[in-house]
Design a protein around this ligand. Structure first.
Ligand SMILES: [Zn+2]
Ligand SMILES: [Zn+2]
Length: 338
């Protein structure tokens, strides 16, 4: 796991994915440990650990095999050593130790966390400091969330995948027309600046996803804002009407960038950079939609899909690049296991 200092509430199903020496997790007394780096140092050898990866080893640690004594117990020092590798705790286990498959059940109180039939925004606001745990622990493919009671407001939160294309392509064409009419064009410089704008977008996409979309919120208003911009996509990743970034928030984010570059760099330099930037944004939006809902039969898209699914269902604190893994590699947030 990339060391970002975060811990998660996880299900047994999630831990079971981490079952080989590229990503080796175990459960001990309801806590989850990433023992990937410890395997080679295990006094009993790495081999004996392998068949237990992704599983609950609480009994084995106590020297119990199939409910009876007979194995090899572990010392207090072994437990202390293990604590270094703690990544999170198990959720969804009731008082009898049975796994609760519906992730919308609070593992402590046994009550429903969300009433899916009612508008969800006030409910996420009221979750307070439990919001971040809830949003990353219980992705569900079965629900589309109802944000508002009012149907008009509700429809404004939806955006079919083709809307960004219909909105941005005429703007790109109009700006290019203006550029070629008013500027002396050096084709090589134009391409270099557009390429630079594209790399700038990739850094922007990575930073936005890592630091804004995944910021920790606890207050009523901030939980609602976070849910509107990214939280809803983590709780309902397969909601096809909310999988692209709609034009209005894109304008709110992009407008100041356009104004600043236009003013400081002038049309000749700024427009090719902005072209590379906006094309990067459209590629990002379409790639994101396609890796959720398309077939992805070429190897690049297959890899991006695998990384993004890992981000959604296993470790939301890594794999932030959607259209390209470049900055995940640079900042060392690319998952080891794919
Ligand atoms: Zn996604
Ligand atoms: Zn995310």
């Amino acid at each position: 796991m990339a060391d970002t200092g975060e811990e998660y509430v996880l299900t047994k199903k999630t831990v079971a994915f981490h079952n080989d020496d590229r990503s080796a997790w175990v459960i001990v007394d309801g806590e989850v440990y990433d023992v990937t780096l410890f395997m080679e140092q295990h006094p009993g050898g790495a081999e004996v650990l392998k068949e237990h990866l992704g599983k609950d080893v609480s009994d084995l640690m106590r020297g119990m095999v199939d409910g009876t004594e007979g194995g090899h117990g572990h010392s207090a020092y072994a437990y202390k050593l293990l604590s270094k590798y703690h990544v999170g705790s198990i959720a969804g286990v009731d008082k009898y130790g049975n796994e609760i498959l519906d992730g919308n059940i609070d593992p402590v109180t046994g009550e429903q966390i969300m009433d899916w039939g009612k508008p969800i925004l006030p409910q996420v606001g009221r979750l307070g400091d439990k919001y971040c745990t809830w949003i990353h622990s219980f992705p569900t493919a079965d629900h589309t969330v109802k944000m508002f009671q009012n149907d008009t407001l509700e429809n404004l939160t939806k955006c079919p995948w083709y809307i960004p294309l219909l909105f941005w392509i005429p703007i790109i064409v109009g700006c290019l027309g203006f550029y070629f009419k008013t500027q002396t064009v050096d084709p090589l410089l134009f391409l270099e600046l557009a390429f630079g704008g594209h790399i700038f977008w990739l850094l922007f996409e990575y930073s936005l996803h890592r630091f804004i979309f995944h910021m920790k919120t606890t207050g009523f208003v901030m939980n609602i804002i976070h849910f509107l911009i990214h939280g809803h996509h983590h709780i309902t990743p397969m909601d096809a009407n909310r999988a692209v970034f709609p034009p209005v928030p894109a304008l709110i984010v992009g407008g100041p960038i356009w104004a600043l570059m236009h003013k400081t760099l002038g049309v000749r330099i700024a427009y090719p950079i902005l072209l590379g930037f906006v094309i990067g944004y459209l590629v990002y939006d379409m790639t994101h939609y396609y890796i959720h809902f398309g077939d992805c039969d070429n190897s690049f898209l297959k890899n991006q899909k695998s990384r993004h699914i890992h981000h959604h269902y296993l470790q939301p604190n890594i794999n932030f690049g959607i259209s390209n893994p470049l900055f995940d590699v640079v900042f060392r947030t690319l998952a080891r296991k794919e």
